[in-house]
Design a protein around this ligand. Structure first.
Ligand code: NAD
Length: 436
């Protein structure tokens, strides 16, 4: 099938390349000339495992191309819209400028029978409003939310655990769902759940999923706060409650909390939208989820300061991680970088290292020092602070090796990812999050 993908960021670039990898002819369209230049040369503009390979293959096959010209969308049967929906600058709601602009620019290039498939995460009610503009062209709007996880985006796009399509009632909706089944043919062939529903449900599925995940993380972080005043160990607590199949252990890792370009802004936008709908109290708990999450960054900074005797001024602190999570170079609302910036603000000599995100971090926070190599970051450090769970730090940094490089023997584990016993045995003072 011929497809267009409008917006070639973390979602769209992966979606375009993944759709080409399953046999479609795809044009990716973005307003960012720099991104399009890189993608057209087959270069991934950000780090995402497996993306480089499918981009190179797609371009070589002739099935995948990129442009800034919206006119290139004409002739495609399905147009995916995956532009950004960031938090508004002066509030918590989603900024819908990009979605509205992308749809307005696309409309003149639509033909009757085309499908416009919204993938961006949007406030409930958006699709119904956009449909009023799309339907007069003879095209059908569907909402097809995206659940990919950065770091696993290629796999999640090619082989998602479920597909959701919000469609209008009647034959147009049924036809649109059938066309989406053709698009996602490998998933349909292997009986991946494919939920066809109305617009509002499809939009809500996405924000509800993110709200649930954020709540689970903040729940265990709230338990970490209680553990901190009682001497309990939140990791053992999580293991114990996680054995209950109704609860499950995943997303129960206490630490410095969630960040990135999705969860924080999505729960805020959801709460803002619920207020607009007169149901603010229904998701009022999301404000608390957010507050707990932000407090964990304070806690990590406090642990470092206390460990250094009350001041980090002129102390060398190695910060392991900048990306908001491993296997990504995304630093949007990264708790890791936030901790680094705050320590710098307290006068520490902060050296940040990260396997993928240094370039992005340096652009936003040029005031910090960076080291490409982990060992260069920790050399002569007074304290080592783990803030992103990369295997390079969590599994592949033996305490004995760190001891040969650092000056101090203080390790603060902001992700509860290190083997505390091994670090202690090597002579380090270990501080975890919600652990004695
Ligand atoms: P992003 O900022 O990486 O990418 C957005 C892209 O849209 C940018 O490249 C921008 O230049 C482009 N754009 C803006 N206006 C445009 C226009 N008028 N025409 C063409 N292109 C335009 O954002 P992202 O992380 O890819 O997220 C996109 C959407 O997908 C958001 O709604 C997000 O919540 C949702 N989402 C993201 C993820 C994720 O893990 N990143 C997962 C699921 C859903």
């Amino acid at each position: 099938m011929r497809l267009s993908v409008i917006g070639c960021g973390y979602l769209g670039a992966v979606h375009a390349a993944a759709m080409a990898s399953i046999g479609h002819e795809v044009v990716g369209i973005d307003v960012d000339q720099r991104k399009i230049d890189a993608l057209s040369k087959g270069l991934a503009p950000f780090f995402e495992p497996g993306l480089q390979e499918i981009l190179t293959e797609g371009i070589a096959s002739g099935r995948l191309s990129f442009t800034t010209d919206m006119g290139a969308a004409s002739g495609a049967q399905v147009h995916f819209v995956g532009v950004g929906t960031p938090q508004q600058k002066d509030g918590y709601a989603a900024d819908m400028t990009y979605v509205n602009a992308a749809v307005d620019e696309l409309i003149p290039h639509l033909s009757p029978g085309d499908i416009v498939a919204g993938k961006s995460t949007v406030p409930v009610g958006t699709a119904a409003t956009l449909a009023e503009r799309v339907t007069p062209t003879g095209a059908t709007l569907v909402w097809n939310p995206e659940f990919l996880r950065e770091g696993w985006a290629v796999q999640d796009t090619v082989d998602p655990d479920r597909l959701v399509a919000g469609v209008p009632a009647g034959p147009d909706g049924e036809r649109a769902a059938d066309i989406l089944r053709e698009v996602y043919h490998p998933s349909v062939a292997k009986n991946t759940p494919f939920i066809v529903t109305d617009y509002a449900t499809a939009e809500l599925v996405k924000v509800a999923a993110n709200a649930f995940l954020a709540t689970k993380i903040s729940f265990i972080n709230a338990m970490a706060e209680i553990a901190e005043v009682t001497g309990a160990d939140v990791t053992q607590l999580a293991d114990a409650i996680g054995h209950d199949a109704r609860i499950g252990r995943r997303f129960l890792g206490a630490g410095i909390g969630f960040g990135g370009g999705c969860l924080p802004k999505d729960i805020r936008a959801f709460a803002a939208r619920a207020e607009e709908l007169g149901r603010g109290e229904s998701v009022g708990f999301l404000r608390e989820v957010d507050a707990i999450n932000m407090r964990r960054r304070d806690r990590a900074v406090e642990l470092v300061v206390n460990a250094m005797g009350g001041s980090v001024f002129e102390k060398k602190v190695a910060v392991l991680g900048a990306a908001f999570k491993p296997h990504s170079d995304d630093i949007r609302d990264s708790p890791a970088l936030d901790v680094a910036v705050r320590l710098h603000g307290l006068g520490a000599d902060v050296i940040v290292t990260d396997p993928a995100a240094i370039e992005n971090a340096r652009r936003i926070h040029p005031q910090l020092s960076y080291a490409e190599e982990r060992d260069d970051a920790i050399r002569d450090a007074d304290a080592v602070v783990l803030v992103t769970e990369w295997d390079e730090y969590r599994r592949e940094l033996p305490a004995e090796h760190a001891s040969t490089l650092t000056t101090g023997r203080i390790v603060v584990d902001g992700r509860n990812g290190l083997d505390a016993d091994a670090w202690r045995a090597a002579g380090w003072t270990y501080y975890g999050m919600g652990r004695p």
